[in-house]
Write a protein that binds this ligand. Sequence first.
Ligand SMILES: [Zn+2]
Length: 106
Amino acid sequence: MIFLTVPFAEKDQAKALGARWNAAQKKWYVPDGANSALFEKWHPQAAASSASSAGKSVMKGASMMEVGLTITGEKYLALDHDCIPWEPCAHCDEAIARHKASFAGK
Ligand SMILES: [Zn+2]
């Protein structure tokens, strides 16, 4: 049995792919006979390697740097949105675009 590291926000996605909840372990797992490759991004090793290189807040900061925003000072943009920092998010992309536009004329 392969246990998965599934963020709360992705539990419905994991469930839709066929992951099962183990109440005793309080963990999602890949049931026997299921294609474990479908669940690769939640395999504990995959989660551990991405978590060790950078925390969530660091990754959010990094993605903001990529779009040319500073993370301190007057151009600081707080993305007050309950989404997954490293996944594309239409809501946040729009907020960033609007924020950048507000500084474009200066
Ligand atoms: Zn968002």
